[in-house]
Structure formats: structure tokens, C-alpha cells
Design a protein around this ligand. Structure first.
Ligand code: C2E
Ligand code: MG
Ligand code: MG
Ligand code: MG
Length: 288
């Protein structure tokens, strides 16, 4: 089977179909089939603190294509986002994440997960009530679920977005700003959003120990986060020197990247974490 590789997959769709529009059409059509035939897979990537202790994981979707093998989200998410397909796909991801959290909870273990939320999914009229129902159905602690959004979600819809975020926050869910620093938003809106976390984009981490401008940007983000009481996750950590840089400047920073583990099938990571005691015991529910 073809190994996961964005470039090769795009090339396949191109050579098979011709122009870009047809290629999009084909991916769109196959992806609808994928939802029906259960071809989506949830991968997890660990997050750790500066002493290397496991703190949680990000859920990243993959597509197990019958011919292509494993297709990465960079290939199909942008196409899914052009239609309501992203809503069905996003629902599958949320449901699967909750199922995993519930499964671990039944075994007495706590699994904090972050999932990526697409703007179209967030803007579905019934999104808040749908989330509320699903949380109740799976009986999970909502604090274990973090919704990653991007800066672009806020632009143009500030009041409506904040209102909806507050409703979801009131359910106990957390928000994180993904790829922080790459959007065109101003710092002014940060204080108005009910967020718990900033994720520093990988592009700033990559050369943080080699480039003074990246170092300055990362230091600024760490400082803003600290002053605002926000948790910080650095994505794309590949070298110990990057962790040293971050740990020297922010005690509580959380690290995610190939250095600590690549995204892998949820079942595989979970079996490993359960075996090595990474997953903390679920706190006893408070009396009600
Ligand atoms: P993201 O949310 O910023 O996720 C981080 C991406 O960086 C992931 O790519 C991850 O595999 C990759 N990564 C992690 N550590 C390293 C590292 O050390 N080095 C390098 N070079 N890369 C690293 P992936 O899994 O291909 O996902 C790409 C994007 O697709 C995600 O970026 C996210 O925007 C989107 N995506 C993934 N799953 C979902 C989903 O369920 N729903 C939605 N709406 N979008 C998703
Ligand atoms: Mg993300
Ligand atoms: Mg990210
Ligand atoms: Mg990113």
C-alpha cells in the first residue's frame, strides 16, 4: 500500500483525473464514500511538559483510502472545507474523540484530548446543542476536551463568535488558538475570547534556536500568554535544543512534536500509555 505522502497522493489524483477541479471533485466524492465506509482513522500525538511527563494528546484525522493507503489531512481537509462535507467529517472526529475519552474513563483513566475544529463546523446553527447532547451521551468530563480553532474564525464575526465560544465554554469545554501567530488577527481580541491556551505555530519553533527574529516572536508569545494566564503549547518540537530554549523561558510550556512522538493510530498510543502509566487516574467525581 502507498505510504502516506501528501505530494504523491496529490500527484495520483492529478494524473488520474487531469485538472485541479476534477481532482477536487474526485476527492470530494471518495471522501463521502469514506464516511459511509468507515475509512477515517483517528491518530493521536502526545503532548508533554518540560520534564517529559505526558499531559495529553492532539487528535489528528487520517483517511485510510482503499487504493491510496493513508492520506494526510493536508490533502483532503481543504477540499472538505469547501462544502458541508467538513461538518460530517468534523462530527465523526468529535464523536470518536469523545468515545476514546469515555472508554479511558471507564478504565479509571483520564485522557485529555485536543481536536481541530473547522470554522464551518463551529458555525453550524446546532453546534452548541449537538455538543451538549454528545457530552451528555458519553458522560465525559468536558474539561478533558479542548477545541483548537484558528485566528481566522474570529475575523469578520467577532461578536457572534465570542458568544458561541462562551456558550461552549459554559459547557466546560476549553479553547485553544492553533497555529498562533500565523493569522492576520490583532492582539486586541485575545483578551475578549474565552480561551485557555495558545499553540505556537511550528514555523516559529523550527529555527527558534538559530534565528533571532523567531526567538523574539516566541518570547513575545510566551510573555503574552503568561500575562494573560494562558497555557502554551509549542508545536513541531523536533530537537532537544528547542525544548531547552522553551523550558528556560516558560516553566509551564507544553511540548508537542516528532521529538516526543509522531502521530500514530489511537489504539496503539493508548495501549502504550495505559501500559507505561502515562494516563493519570481519573479524579473521583465530586459529590452532587
Ligand atoms: P495542526 O492542527 O496544526 O496539526 C499539527 C500538524 O503538524 C500535524 O499534521 C502534525 O502531524 C504535524 N506535526 C506535529 N509535530 C511535528 C513535527 O515535529 N514536525 C513536523 N514537521 N510536523 C509535525 P497533520 O496531522 O498532517 O495535520 C495537518 C493539519 O490538518 C492540522 O494542522 C489541522 O489543521 C488539520 N487537521 C488534522 N486533523 C483535523 C481534523 O480532525 N479536523 C480539522 N478540521 N482539521 C484537521
Ligand atoms: Mg491542531
Ligand atoms: Mg497546530
Ligand atoms: Mg500547524
Amino acid at each position: 500500500q502507498a505510504k502516506a505522502h501528501g505530494g504523491a497522493q496529490i500527484a495520483f489524483f492529478e494524473s488520474a483525473m487531469g485538472d485541479a477541479a476534477e481532482q477536487r471533485f474526485r476527492i470530494d466524492r471518495d471522501l463521502r464514500q469514506a464516511l459511509v465506509e468507515d475509512q477515517l482513522r483517528l491518530y493521536l500525538q502526545p503532548q508533554v511538559d518540560t520534564s517529559g511527563r505526558w499531559t495529553g494528546a492532539e487528535a489528528l484525522v487520517r483517511w485510510q483510502h482503499p487504493v491510496q493507503g493513508l492520506v494526510s489531512p493536508g490533502v483532503f481537509i481543504p477540499i472538505a472545507e469547501e462544502s458541508d462535507l467538513i461538518v460530517s467529517l468534523g462530527r465523526w472526529v468529535v464523536t470518536e474523540a469523545m468515545r476514546l475519552i469515555a472508554e479511558q474513563a471507564r478504565a479509571g483513566r483520564s485522557l485529555p484530548l485536543s481536536i481541530n475544529l473547522s470554522p464551518r463546523q463551529f458555525r453550524q446553527p446546532d453546534f452548541v446543542t449537538w455538543m451538549q447532547q454528545l457530552l451528555a451521551e458519553h458522560a465525559i468530563d468536558p474539561h478533558l476536551l479542548t477545541l483548537e480553532i484558528t485566528e481566522g474564525l474570529v475575523i469578520g464575526n467577532v461578536e457572534q463568535t465570542i458568544e458561541r465560544m462562551q456558550a461552549l465554554r459554559a459547557l466546560g469545554l476549553h479553547f485553544s488558538i492553533d497555529d498562533f501567530g500565523t493569522g492576520y488577527s490583532s492582539l486586541a481580541y485575545l483578551k475578549r475570547l474565552p480561551i485557555s491556551e495558545l499553540k505556537i505555530d511550528r514555523s516559529f519553533i523550527q529555527d527558534v534556536t538559530r534565528r533571532a527574529d523567531d526567538a523574539a516572536l516566541v518570547e513575545t508569545i510566551l510573555s503574552v500568554a503568561s500575562h494573560m494566564g494562558l497555557k502554551v503549547v509549542a508545536e513541531g518540537v523536533e530537537e532537544p535544543a528547542q525544548t531547552q530554549f522553551l523550558a528556560a523561558r516558560a516553566e509551564g510550556v507544553i511540548l508537542q512534536g516528532y521529538f516526543y512522538g509522531r502521530p500514530g493510530p489511537a489504539e496503539e498510543w493508548l495501549a502504550r500509555w495505559a501500559a507505561d502509566g502515562s494516563l493519570p487516574a481519573l479524579p473521583a467525581l465530586p459529590p452532587r
